[in-house]
Design a binder for this molecule. Structure first.
Ligand SMILES: NC(=O)c1ccc[n+]([C@@H]2O[C@H](COP(=O)([O-])OP(=O)(O)OC[C@H]3O[C@@H](n4cnc5c(N)ncnc54)[C@H](OP(=O)(O)O)[C@@H]3O)[C@@H](O)[C@H]2O)c1
Length: 210
């Protein structure tokens, strides 16, 4: 496949680039300020702002899929909706599938289907409320958009770690382990992203975790 990764220098985006390259895909790695430190064979780095739908549409044209792994800087969380809308517009214009790596915020709490992570202080500490609210709004933007999108909610914690290739996949409920932990390594999140691109499911909102 030919895949564009937007936010390619970030924690998640850089792992997606590496995972996709290791599977033999052709890549366009889109960065804004900071060029990816290293790029695997098969990846081409292109500078661009995700909020520029015309430029993004040109980059997406002729590709099979786009992965969105952008994250607004602290204090600019409100821009997540603007960025996502621009990328959805660009993907629709280029007729390419778009996978948005979003947040855990819009997931339901296991055992409490009426409660969302975004409203749960045990999962969202005060300092993370703005990005959680932005991620919930980001999914609303996707739901209202005609683009061919899928929204991947990570578990509560994503950190750099090892690649095991083993994870569980769900839809709209947070995945937790028996001790209540909800996590995945950024490397295994990238595995899940590529698995979804290579074998698309019918669900529009999916999640993964250990
Ligand atoms: N538990 C959770 O819900 C959870 C945990 C972790 C991550 N995530 C989600 O995963 C996604 C990726 O997060 P991350 O941790 O990988 O973020 P990150 O390490 O901060 O990387 C984000 C990247 O996006 C780029 N970016 C931001 N705005 C852009 C724009 N307008 N145009 C082009 N590039 C832009 C940034 O580039 P610059 O250097 O130019 O700013 C940065 O390289 C986010 O949606 C985040 O919310 C969710």
């Amino acid at each position: 496949m030919k895949i564009t990764v937007v936010g390619a220098a970030g924690m998640v985006g850089s792992r997606v680039v590496n995972e996709a390259a290791s599977r033999g895909h052709d890549l366009i790695a889109v960065f804004r300020k900071q060029r990816p430190a290293t790029l695997p064979t098969g990846a081409v780095a292109v500078e661009g702002d995700a909020c520029d739908p015309d430029h993004m549409s040109i980059l997406f044209n002729g590709t099979d899929a786009t992965v969105v792994a952008t994250r607004p800087a602290p204090g600019h969380e409100y821009t997540a909706v603007i960025t996502t809308l621009a990328l959805l517009d660009a993907a629709a214009s280029a007729r390419t599938r778009i996978l948005v790596v979003g947040g855990a915020a819009p997931l339901q709490i296991p055992g409490y289907p009426d409660r969302l992570v975004v409203d749960s202080p045990e999962f969202v500490p005060r300092q993370s409320r703005a990005i959680a609210a932005a991620c919930a709004a980001q999914l609303d933007v996707c739901r209202a958009h005609p683009a061919n999108w899928v929204y991947l909610s990570p578990p509560a914690v994503v950190e750099p770690g090892g690649r095991t290739g083993i994870y569980r996949r769900g839809t709209t409920t947070l995945i937790t382990t028996a001790d209540g932990a909800s996590r995945i390594s950024a490397e295994d999140l990238a595995v899940a992203v590529l698995d979804e691109l290579e074998n698309p499911c019918e669900d529009k909102h999916i999640t993964v975790g250990y």
